[in-house]
Design a protein around this ligand. Structure first.
Ligand code: PNS
Length: 165
């Protein structure tokens, strides 16, 4: 039974993430979408919100589990007996960070492979940061996040805006 871990911030999940996760699922038995809970890194959506959104997106997939982790991705993957980490790659600008992270993780655990899946060209321009930017400026996020959570994301953003007044 091969278990893969797809780690990330998912702040929020985009259609780019969604596409990578479903394409990775074809190559394993179980896939854990692991939301990094890094207290030092300020996120726009809370951990609970990110997990709620992910659970809604993947609720029909029995082989996908949503979890959160603190500390090292490698330690989390080891605790789940995962054989590989999955990351998506967009432009060349992703490469340097991904290359370093893959090498660090392999140094920590030579048995843990990092698999890269090249973005779908349709989503290559989408990022969580771009979605957040659009949200904060009332831009249209249609097609950038899974349809089933689009309104949840807009409502959560509106709640935050009201809370900040
Ligand atoms: O979606 P992101 O922001 O690119 O995800 C980054 C994430 C959470 C995968 C990365 O920051 C991470 O792995 N954090 C945990 C700490 C860790 O293991 N760092 C790499 C080895 S030092």
């Amino acid at each position: 039974m091969a278990t893969f871990v797809c780690p990330g911030s998912f702040d929020p999940i985009t259609n780019g993430h969604y596409d990578i996760i479903l394409r990775a699922l074809v190559h394993c038995d179980n896939l854990i979408v692991a939301v990094g809970d890094n207290k030092a890194k300020k996120s726009f959506f809370t951990l609970e919100e990110k997990i709620m959104l992910l659970n809604k997106v993947f609720m029909d997939y029995k082989s996908i589990k949503i979890e959160s982790f603190t500390g090292l991705t490698e330690e989390f993957a080891r605790s789940k007996n995962a054989t590989a980490l999955v990351r998506g790659l967009r432009a060349l600008s992703d490469f340097e960070f991904e290359f370093q992270m893959a090498l660090l993780n392999r140094k920590l655990n030579p048995n843990l492979e990092t698999l890269f899946i090249m973005t779908n060209a349709d989503y290559s321009y989408i990022s969580s940061a771009a979605v957040r930017e659009l949200l904060l400026n009332n831009g249209d996020i249609t097609g950038m996040v899974p349809d089933c959570i689009k309104n949840d994301i807009i409502s959560l953003c509106e709640e935050k805006r009201i809370g900040n007044r």
